[in-house]
Design a binder for this molecule. Structure first.
Ligand SMILES: Cc1cc2nc3c(=O)[nH]c(=O)nc-3n(C[C@H](O)[C@H](O)[C@H](O)COP(=O)(O)OP(=O)(O)OC[C@H]3O[C@@H](n4cnc5c(N)ncnc54)[C@H](O)[C@@H]3O)c2cc1C
Length: 419
């Protein structure tokens, strides 16, 4: 079938229909591309005209497990020249004792993670998808097109897909909702969400440095919100600065020298030599969790399933582990010629992923709330906790393995193998 760009979506029947070709939907499509199954992806933004909204300049910290997954998808070689290894991380809390220092060398790993620009990763995924679609008739890219409605039948789902020429129909045995935090697919499937509005937004900007950063990342928790500085290529940091929503306007209005001075101040004056500021962007911060991730012939994935605070840099890392777990289950089913929408298959997928998901959501949410709370026992507790982690190498190792996604049973892709 290949790409259907620019034409009315013809009636199409597939085994897996992925709604949303963002970082997560595109990763899943790449993972399924070589399997004996017909896959279609629906994405409203055509890559030749613009980038999908999340393929922007935000720097993403990818865990070693995500790096392996992208290697298993054959994506990593294309983006590794643009990836920066995180060799050390310094974590501190404004006004309190206790710091944590994490070092890749001490943990016996080449890097604690890698920072890539979302746009570079998105384009690499889209390039791989276009190549796979051109290479055979198993992958269809319905782009630009968007999901309009869903009808569920016992043996299939029928999705109505619109583009500028009208509305067409796609039937599928499994539908994956990967269309982001405000997922239309989730809404059409009748899946409710739980959530929390943190009343915060993140200001993200790339900053050029006077000297090399040597792979050192900073995370500083401050009364006004956490600031992360992640090392980037070309002697730059990406700053991810979360703050109360009502402060954003004032910070965005600061001129370049004042903004750089504010970052220097927020870093506890640890980071200096900030010389040039790139474009600033803001992102509202919310916790959104889908009440159901699986149901009759559907899976909810990525931000549509769980949108988390970026303070622990875990959103995409978690979603890629979900992609790897789902690809494992679907590979076995596809090779056996079985139904990918079989409830047992979907249950097996969710059972394999539930513990990791709960841990990441609790960690990100807990950090978002704990570090804003200034009651004395809490501030004392978190200072002690940070000190304890720093002084106790086994505890540090255990926490790092979890943060790097290297804990517990790993899906084939997370071991760098194809599904
Ligand atoms: C400031 C910030 C920093 C972050 N830093 C990190 C980090 O360091 N590490 C990390 O792991 N994560 C990080 N994240 C999280 C990460 O960006 C997300 O987890 C990731 O982008 C989620 O991808 P997604 O594909 O699920 O959703 P999205 O990126 O939102 O993609 C959804 C796609 O669905 C499409 N779509 C929408 N509506 C429809 C429709 N009706 N029909 C079809 N398609 C549709 C959209 O066009 C889009 O392409 C960060 C997030 C923020 C906000």
């Amino acid at each position: 079938m290949g790409a259907q760009r620019g034409s009315m979506p013809a009636p199409l029947d597939c085994d897996c229909l992925i709604i949303g070709g963002g970082l997560v939907g595109a990763s899943l499509a790449c993972a399924l591309a070589d399997l004996p199954m017909r896959v279609a992806v629906v994405e409203p933004v055509a890559s030749s005209e613009a980038d999908p909204p999340s393929f922007d300049d935000r720097g993403l910290a990818l865990s070693p497990s995500s790096q392996r997954i992208l290697a298993g998808l054959q994506i990593w070689p294309g983006i590794s020249p643009e990836a920066t290894a995180i060799r050390r991380i310094h974590v501190s809390h404004e006004g309190y004792f206790g710091v944590t220092r994490l070092e890749a060398a001490a943990l016996g790993v080449p890097a604690l993670g890698y920072v890539v620009i979302a746009r570079a990763l998105g384009r690499a995924l889209q390039g791989a998808l276009r190549a796979a679609a051109a290479d055979g008739d198993r992958l269809s890219l319905l782009c630009p097109a968007r999901l309009e409605s869903i009808t569920t039948h016992p043996d299939r789902i029928e999705a109505r897909i619109a583009n500028y020429q009208g509305v067409g129909s796609v039937t599928t045995r499994l539908l994956v909702a990967a269309d982001g935090s405000d997922s239309k697919a989730r809404q059409c499937l009748g899946v409710d969400t739980d959530g929390r509005d943190y009343g915060q937004a993140a200001v993200v900007a790339n900053i050029s440095l006077a000297g090399p950063h040597e792979g050192l990342a900073y995370e500083r928790f401050t009364a006004g919100g956490p600031l992360a500085l992640l090392p980037l290529t070309m002697q730059r940091y990406v700053a991810v600065w979360a703050m109360a929503t009502n402060e954003v306007e004032q910070i965005m209005r600061l001129d370049e020298p004042s903004f750089l001075a504010a970052i220097h101040e927020r870093s506890g004056r640890r980071v200096s030599g900030l010389v040039k500021l790139g474009a600033r962007r803001t992102y509202p911060l919310k916790l959104i969790t889908a009440r159901r991730q699986i149901g009759p012939r559907f899976v909810v994935l990525g931000n549509a399933a769980h949108t988390v605070h970026p303070n622990a840099a875990q959103g995409l890392n978690l979603a890629l582990r979900d992609v790897a777990g789902l690809a494992d289950c679907l590979a076995a089913v596809a090779r056996a010629g079985r139904d990918p929408g079989d409830p047992d298959v979907l249950r097996r997928y969710l059972d394999s992923r539930r513990a990791d998901q709960r841990r990441v959501v609790a960690l990100s949410d807990g950090l978002a709330r704990l570090f804003y709370d200034d009651r004395f026992p809490l501030t004392l507790g978190r200072g002690l906790a940070m000190l304890a982690i720093d002084l106790c190498p086994p505890l540090k190792r255990a926490l790092c393995e979890r943060a790097m996604g290297l804990h517990g049973r790993q899906a084939r892709l997370a071991r760098g193998l194809s599904p």
